[in-house]
Ligand binder design. Sequence first.
Ligand SMILES: NC(=O)c1ccc[n+]([C@@H]2O[C@H](COP(=O)([O-])OP(=O)(O)OC[C@H]3O[C@@H](n4cnc5c(N)ncnc54)[C@H](OP(=O)(O)O)[C@@H]3O)[C@@H](O)[C@H]2O)c1
Length: 273
Amino acid sequence: MTQPAGPIPPLLLVGCGQMGSAMLAGWLADGLAPSVILDRHRADGPAPHRIVRQAADLPDDFTPALIVLATKPQKAAAVIPDIARFARRAPVLSVMAGKTVGGLAASLADAGAPGAVVIRAMPNTPAAIGQGMTVCYAPPAATEAERALCGRVLSAVGDTAWVEHEEQMDAVTAVSGSGPAYVFLLAELMEQAAVAQGLPPDLARRIARRTVSGAGALMEQSGVDAAELRRRVTSPGGTTQQALAVLMEPEAWPAAMDAAIRAATLRAHELAS
Ligand SMILES: NC(=O)c1ccc[n+]([C@@H]2O[C@H](COP(=O)([O-])OP(=O)(O)OC[C@H]3O[C@@H](n4cnc5c(N)ncnc54)[C@H](OP(=O)(O)O)[C@@H]3O)[C@@H](O)[C@H]2O)c1
């Protein structure tokens, strides 16, 4: 979908912790119209944006183009009644893991915003440096303009994609939402293994980190399939082939990754129900 150009329209950002502030950094860099940020821990913010620490201080006359819900899922019930009045006139973009469009719309209706449009998105933390991957789901009731608005706002923090079926958000959560943690684990394990082979800890840390980030950047910039890039590093009978023979044993990484993604997908499903 082509994203509309131009500045990002006024937003009401509800929750500005890890994910909210990552997104906010991208929006500020991309030209954000005067917006309101609700977070009890933020003392100030860049002008002309307004920071409020409690819902009671939200300005009644503020008309956001979009409400971005970025609190922990368990805090949603507390915050929804406070923002329902804005959801009568603006769509809601939720980045909360596991909270369904139907469940949030029902809570908003109970709080006095019947028919509120809710679009769901799963970003990830590389959004903090504009390298995020966000996958979105919009219910049939959402208009093309509402989808485009969410796409515009999210494209400020990285790449965006859409799924047609909300259940697919569970696997998305398991792969791209949680995925940065798997990559960080890879760096950790490579570092530990390097130390076990006798390298000084500082050097082990440096080469493990740089290898993970450099390989990711090469994959991104080349656009070449991961499997082909792997083959290009693998000479017959060489060191890489020895290592890959261990890692690619069906019971090793293929089984572990499959089980890990399955477990995370199942957990995302449980959280949604
Ligand atoms: N972190 C990730 O990697 C990631 C990835 C994808 C999606 N997400 C989603 O992003 C959402 C936010 O996660 P996070 O890690 O950014 O959470 P977080 O760091 O806890 O940020 C939420 C912020 O909102 C504040 N807040 C909550 N309710 C409030 C209220 N009623 N009034 C004022 N402030 C309030 C919280 O304060 P308190 O702490 O005092 O409640 C906190 O400062 C989650 O739903 C998560 O599923 C996160």
